[in-house]
Design a protein around this ligand. Structure first.
Ligand code: IMP
Ligand code: MG
Length: 178
């Protein structure tokens, strides 16, 4: 893509640096443990792919797809599991990896659902935290960046399923897409 989409918020270089730092921290925290990382599709896929390559441990991976948003920019208020995990998590050290936490609905629902399956430990890693929008409290163990209350696209995050492939994080400029 030749032109710049959205208003750039976090450049590629800064994302790379932060993901390396998170990888180093997770590597140290999970040394000697049985780490299974869960990628929440679709939004977290690019962050997840970069993050796992910055972790120097034999991690296992799995994928889940949940939906709370419809096609718009606000939550529909309920969470649905569209694609579930491929194997049991009981007794394992689980790290949920999500693109962004907004109201907290998605993660608080998932946290409860996965906790009930009795993993050995359960932690959460998010790339972006829209902290002022939080309605459902949820413990977050690793945060990439805290961001203002703006609608974000790029680096896996979408608007109507587009713009995930932008290599940087940007604020959606609605005049560009409508
Ligand atoms: P929550 O359940 O309100 O915390 O919303 C989290 C989910 O909404 C994330 O998994 C994202 O898919 C989506 N979401 C929230 N804010 C944004 C945004 O600014 N851009 C793109 N997706 C978002
Ligand atoms: Mg998502």
């Amino acid at each position: 893509m030749e032109r710049i989409f959205g208003k750039p918020l976090i450049p590629q270089r800064e994302i790379e640096k932060r993901v390396r730092e998170l990888g180093t921290k997770i590597t140290a925290d999970y040394d000697g443990k049985e780490l299974l990382m869960i990628c929440l599709l679709k939004g977290a896929y690019i962050f997840f792919a970069d993050l796992v390559r910055n972790i120097q441990l034999p991690v296992m991976v799995d994928f889940m797809m949940v939906s709370s948003y419809g096609a718009g920019t606000t939550s529909s208020g309920s969470v649905k599991i569209i694609q579930d995990l491929s194997s049991p998590i009981k007794g394992k050290d689980i790290l949920i990896v999500e693109d962004i936490v907004d109201s907290g609905l998605t993660l608080s629902y998932l946290y409860k659902t996965l906790k009930a399956k009795r993993p050995r430990s359960l932690k959460v890693c998010v790339l972006l935290d829209k902290v002022e929008r939080r309605k459902h409290s949820i413990p977050i163990d690793y945060i990439g960046f805290t961001i203002p209350n703006k609608f974000i696209i790029g680096y896996g995050l979408d608007y109507q399923d587009k713009y995930r492939n932008l290599p940087y994080i940007a604020v959606l400029d609605i005049s560009e897409v409508e």
